[in-house]
Design a protein around this ligand. Structure first.
Ligand code: FEO
Length: 399
């Protein structure tokens, strides 16, 4: 059973809240998520986006409380990833005459996902194209790679509303519909985490997307996940511009895994060195820290030091997994190095050091290593590294 939620005259949220999801392709969604779909009622009803396949019946139930689903005239598919298009098969069974509006890439992807889509009535759109329906005009703005090549956003000047797709979203099954009805701290935490894990790789595209909104009168931003922004628009737009540049706070983080505590002792010494210079620090043990939360810390750190003990001549699996994840996200403008303990033969810290180059993290010095247990001198070297990085952070030096 589902109930639509009214946003404005003739505009309803008909999406689904996924309270139970805790893993969104590897991203720990501890507050669940939502798949936001919107219905514009009127003489030619318009459905904007769909939901994950398992929530399709819920979507249709919501729609049917407002209009006969078979009367849906247009389905705007801003993005074909399955969290937004999965329910489209059922929607099209219910509304076979609907015209499906998407970018060329969107049409291509939907045809690949849905074997029956060959017979759907598609309209391909690009930036500059629009739809006039239900007494309003809907402008399409193509935003390739924010998040997939097919992505676009839809702007309705009559409602001063941007349907922003993944942009400005949060994996947050919120207890309310709007940003001013939830804790702003929680909301910004989830918005930042979402950006870091989903969009960080596409910073330049995100910047372009935000730039394309210049001059548009926007009173509400309705993303495909989480709450609708109606109060804190300036805050989220400014945050997106900062995040798109991976703008760094005066902060150093140490991310590591440890076998017998030696690598952890080194991590603590690096943190101590940085902290005494007055920069913000964060020590993140990958055995107990969630990777998606760690990536959120990476987004706005200046310096990143990553450590691993050596296990069977290589780095620890937790660290390898994290580095692989980070390589895909390519955080920009970060610097640091690696460290770690080993027994009779090294390997872990060197593996991390090599991975940092692939990720694009500037390596400020060779790895710091120690054998079995860090000596006083080893810990002093770690502390000195923390101090050196902190001095660079404070001076704001990029070179
Ligand atoms: Fe929420 Fe790129 O899908």
């Amino acid at each position: 059973m589902a109930k639509p939620l009214k946003i404005a005259e003739n505009l309803y949220w008909v999406g689904a809240r996924d309270w139970n999801i805790r893993n969104f392709h590897g991203y720990n969604t501890r507050r669940g998520t939502s798949y936001n779909a919107y219905l514009i009622t009127g003489d030619t009803p318009i459905l904007i986006d769909s939901v994950k396949a398992s929530f399709a019946d819920q979507l249709l139930d919501s729609v049917s409380r407002l209009v006969d689903p078979s009367t849906i005239r247009y389905v705007i598919s801003n993005h074909s990833e399955l969290d937004h298009s999965g329910g489209l098969g059922k929607v099209m069974q219910a509304a076979p005459k609907a015209e499906v509006i998407a970018t060329a890439k969107g049409v291509e992807t939907l045809k690949k996902y849905f074997p029956g889509a060959e017979s759907w009535n598609f309209r391909t759109v690009k930036t500059g194209d629009s739809l006039e329906a239900c007494g309003m005009k809907f402008d399409f703005i193509s935003t390739p790679m924010a998040h997939w090549p097919d992505s676009m956003v839809t702007y309705c000047g009559d409602m001063e509303l941007l349907f922003s797709m993944d942009c400005f979203g949060q994996h947050y099954a919120a207890p309310a519909l709007y940003d001013d009805e939830v804790s702003l701290d929680v909301l910004m935490y989830e918005a930042k985490k979402y950006y870091a894990n989903i969009l960080m790789l596409f910073g330049s595209v995100v910047k372009k997307t935000v730039g394309a909104l210049d001059g548009l009168k926007i009173s509400m931003i309705a993303p495909s996940h989480g709450v609708i922004w109606r109060k804190n628009l300036d805050l989220i737009i400014k945050s997106y511009l900062d995040w798109a540049e991976c703008k760094a706070a005066k902060k150093l983080i140490v991310v590591y895994d440890t076998m017998w505590g030696s690598t952890e002792a080194m991590a603590q010494a690096i943190i101590a060195g940085a902290a005494q210079k007055g920069v913000a620090t964060c020590q993140l043990n990958l055995t107990v820290s969630d990777m998606a939360d760690v990536v959120s810390e990476v987004l706005d750190t200046a310096a990143l030091v990553i450590g691993s003990s050596t296990l069977n001549n290589v780095m620890l699996p937790n660290v390898a997994g994290f580095l692989t994840y980070l390589q895909g996200l390519k955080p920009a403008g970060k610097y640091g190095t690696s460290f770690g303990s080993h027994g009779w033969k090294g390997g872990g810290a060197k593996d991390v050091y090599d991975a940092l180059e692939k990720i694009g993290i500037e390596r400020v010095c060779e790895p710091i290593t120690c054998s079995y247990r860090p000596t006083h001198d080893d810990l002093a070297a770690c502390e000195a590294l923390g101090e050196k990085l902190a001095e660079r952070i404070i001076s704001g030096s990029a070179g």
